[in-house]
Write a protein that binds this ligand. Sequence first.
Ligand code: PMV
Length: 322
Amino acid sequence: MKATARAHTNIALVKYWGKRDQELILPQTDSLSLTLDPFYTDTTVEIDPTLAADQLSIDGNQVDPSKMGKVERVMDTIRSWSQQNHFARITSTNHVPMSAGLASSASAFAALAAAGAKAYGLQLARRDLSRLARRGSGSATRSIFGGLVQWHRGHDDQSSYAEPIMEKLDFGLEMIAILVDTSAKKVSSRGGMQLTVKTSPFYKAWKEVVQTDMSNMLAAIKDKNINAIGHIAQENALRMHALTLSADPGFTYFDGDTIKAMHLIDDLQAAGINCYYTMDAGPNVKVLYDRRDRSLILQRLGDVFNPDRLVVASAGPGVTYL
Ligand code: PMV
């Protein structure tokens, strides 16, 4: 009747950018991510037979029912799978600093799927939990698992799920988020994806790029080769962002500080310090590197950006029940 789950957010190293089914959120391509330790969401779902609709509060604020479309999609799926029709009270707390500009939708929908499934008595394997979380947000599919995670594109609902590649990292891959701008993004990831799939002349090439990047990334992970992982992630991110520039109308998630951070990391690379960047549907820059170079890289980034705008994150765990 009542369950609480914790899920961590993730950062894609090979990006998901484009759906082929808007309702089920079936992606155009595979993708691969790193679950992050410091950022997570705790969600409680409690069935209440007296309710006439689901109720949701996020960080203590009641959410307007008209803004609960994605939550309803997950909750309706849980009701259909469990053959129950009661509504629930959902309470969610984000430990993703709102200012971090890190996607909280990944941790939020992974936690909702896990807590909701348990509250309604469903005993789902983690693979099926990832299919459930997928209905809320694509990136949430991967947040069911810890460490490095692959989301298989699949060919239908059953076959589009996430799977861990390495749940406990035994090598030093780490990330620093540079918080260059923390205001809400102007183009949602959903809207941005739809526009690029429809209008970018490069979209067909992107699908081929991802296939190559996925197989190279899997090989680099197997070799625990952080430089190869970082290089592939950086190229993949640049190609994703080239899609937005080539859409009609073209747009970008970058701002001036994004470019400044990219140049700084290029300079560090040229000086022999191994670090790489990746960006999602927003201006913040995430830097990938080997843990043993952390203090040097933090120091160099801190020369240009305010040190309290730099957040270190290592690999985090999959979904847990509290
Ligand atoms: O699933 P969404 O709506 O959070 O979209 C995720 C899009 C990217 O973060 C840019 C890429 C990814 O794979 O997470």
